[in-house]
Design a protein around this ligand. Structure first.
Ligand code: MG
Length: 157
């Protein structure tokens, strides 16, 4: 038995006229994240952590933003595809931990809904996914003009 760890990071810019999708759920806000897909930085960071731990490169290799097929796609679909690739390479997900950095909107009250949604997509048990909602205390454009996310994933094979 061996264990592998992976890290993921993503950031997207907040803009008017987009829905804010984070952790697989719609968060009410007057801006959303600008991206080729739905811009869900939490899921993109998780996908990169999973692909990294599996030695499978990164999200851009598997789901290129030059491909029209992924235009405005729900990132939950990308996550489900990523899980298939992780499992096909002989790995089992042990746990995933994430941080979301957003000064606005405040996300703490959405954490449980995000965790439920992600665990469903990942097909893993209660307690195996954790989300932390952090701010940058207003001292950085990250959290104000953009939302970023970090994730780590532990796999076993
Ligand atoms: Mg992204």
């Amino acid at each position: 038995m061996s264990y592998r760890i992976g890290i993921g990071y993503d950031i997207h810019k907040l803009v008017k006229g987009r829905k804010l999708m984070l952790g697989g759920i719609l968060v009410p806000f007057d801006k959303g994240l600008l991206a080729h897909s739905d811009g869900d930085v939490v899921i993109h960071a998780i996908c990169d952590a999973l692909l990294g731990a599996s030695g499978l490169g990164d999200i851009g290799v598997h789901f290129p933003d030059s491909d029209k097929k992924y235009k405005d796609i729900s990132s939950l679909e990308l996550l489900k595809e990523t899980v298939k690739k992780v499992k096909a390479s002989g790995n089992k997900i042990i746990n995933i931990d994430t941080v979301i950095i957003a000064d606005k909107p405040r996300l703490a009250s959405y954490r449980k809904e995000m965790v439920d949604k992600l665990q469903q997509a990942l097909k893993i048990n209660n307690g195996a996914v954790n989300i932390k909602a952090a701010t940058n205390e207003g001292v950085s454009p990250v959290g104000l003009r953009a939302i970023s996310s970090y994730a780590v994933a532990l796999l076993e094979r």
